[in-house]
Ligand binder design. Structure first.
Ligand SMILES: *Cc1c(COP(=O)(O)O)cnc(C)c1O
Length: 400
């Protein structure tokens, strides 16, 4: 039992930020993670929608080795081959024409917020306000926390960055009422992830697009969780028949390697010299990984697999809901959620963990499933079986 010893050290030497399971992960392969004592876990969290190609994918480890031998880092002031190739591949496969690469989702959102404010300064008399949604999640830097509509963030680290207004999802009247002549942008997730898998409706998005055009406001989609095949299409915006002006990407873009991006339409190529940058922006090793990940998704049509496996999981959950207290099964592709009738989500996550399947609970009644895009039918069947077993254990216990 090495776990005890290591956990003790971890608790002694690392800055506390959140509670963790008493487990030390040692390795991963495909759909499975292994702890330091050799226990094997079926992973339906994927590092929070990050490891889209599964764990330790040879696609990623090979490109890391190859590019790592050629060039790990040059400098933001020189061009490099991977950043050019990756930007080109993204432009070819989206409605956008410009890319900027950085290292975390929060950093990408910071950049998008700055770009929106730049637009306000240049074209809208200094308009700076950005409207976001209640229960949204946009990251943990100070501006991203200010943009976030999570109630628990409200009282933290004040004063926040001013200029963020929060309105209800799918309420176009509330949106319209919130817009004034100081508004430069609207930012939202096509499907809210941390907020508990809440979908923006197609009609709402199309109306919102019209509203933004009429009022000369930028529409930003935070696709950090919905991008890179997660929802059954390559990008979340493809579901709506309406295009945003900017998307931010993170999580799946690097398949586990720290990478993020901002994609914009041509008319937003408006940063001036020195206004945006960073030591690790457009960095060759990260860009090489991103390029390989996107190529693999395209070659293997993994977004199609996400769509297919997502439907299968939903069907299986519907069957379970006949005997277990499961309701409100929702989401798209492999970004799925369901509610439990009582607040037992945390208990279910813990019991599933004990039964060697990893799931996630973003809210007290909600379970979220965001497995790697390579998931197969046999994994789904195994997860459902262990989920039912765990529910049995919890429910018989509460009867006693
Ligand atoms: C995870 C996430 C972020 C933050 O990304 P980090 O890489 O953790 O900074 C922002 N927006 C959404 C929608 C996310 O899911």
């Amino acid at each position: 039992m090495k776990t005890k010893k290591y956990v003790k050290k971890a608790k002694k030497n690392l800055l506390y930020v959140a509670d963790k399971e008493d487990v030390v992960i040692y390795s991963g392969k495909g759909m499975y993670l292994y702890d330091i004592d050799g226990n094997k876990y079926l992973d339906f969290v994927g590092g929070w929608a990050v490891t889209c190609l599964g764990h330790s994918s040879p696609v990623i480890s090979n490109v890391l080795a190859k590019q790592g031998k050629r060039l790990i880092n040059s400098s933001p002031i020189y061009h490099n081959v991977p950043m050019i190739d990756f930007a080109n591949l993204l432009v070819e496969n989206t409605c956008f024409s410009r890319a900027f690469f950085c290292t975390s989702g929060s950093e990408a959102n910071e950049g998008a917020i700055k770009l929106a404010r730049k637009y306000g300064q240049k074209f809208k008399n200094g308009a700076y306000k950005i409207i976001t949604l209640e229960n949204s999640f946009h990251g943990r830097t100070l501006a991203a926390m200010s943009a976030t509509g999570k109630p628990a963030f409200k009282k933290l680290f004040n004063p926040k960055v001013p200029g963020f207004v929060h309105v209800k999802i799918n309420d176009i009247d509330a949106m319209q009422a919130a817009i004034d002549d100081k508004t430069c942008a609207v930012m939202l997730e096509p499907i809210q992830g941390e907020g508990g898998i809440n979908r923006a409706k197609g009609k709402y998005i199309r109306k919102l697009r019209e509203l933004c055009d009429e009022t000369n406001i930028i529409l930003i989609f935070d696709e950090i969780q919905t991008g890179f095949g997660r929802t059954g299409k390559l990008f979340g915006y493809e579901h709506f028949g309406a295009e945003p002006d900017i998307i931010t990407l993170g999580k799946g873009i690097g398949g586990g390697f720290p990478l993020a991006a901002i994609l914009t339409k041509e008319n937003l190529n408006i940063f001036e010299k020195g206004e945006q940058g960073g030591t690790y922006t457009n960095q060759p090793l990260g860009a090489a990984v991103g390029h390989a990940v996107l190529k693999e998704i395209l070659d293997k049509k993994l977004h199609k697999n996400a769509d297919k496996m997502g439907s299968l999981i939903k069907d299986e959950l519907k069957k379970l809901s006949k005997t277990y207290p499961i309701e409100k099964i929702r989401g798209k592709g492999l970004m799925l959620g369901f509610d439990l009738k009582t607040e037992i989500a945390k208990e279910l996550v813990d019991t599933c963990f004990k039964n060697r399947v990893l799931i996630n609970s973003p809210r007290p009644k909600t379970i979220r499933l965001i497995p790697p895009l390579i998931v197969k039918e046999k994994h789904v069947k195994k997860m459902i079986k262990r989920l039912a077993k765990s529910l049995d254990e919890i429910l018989t216990q509460s009867e006693q």
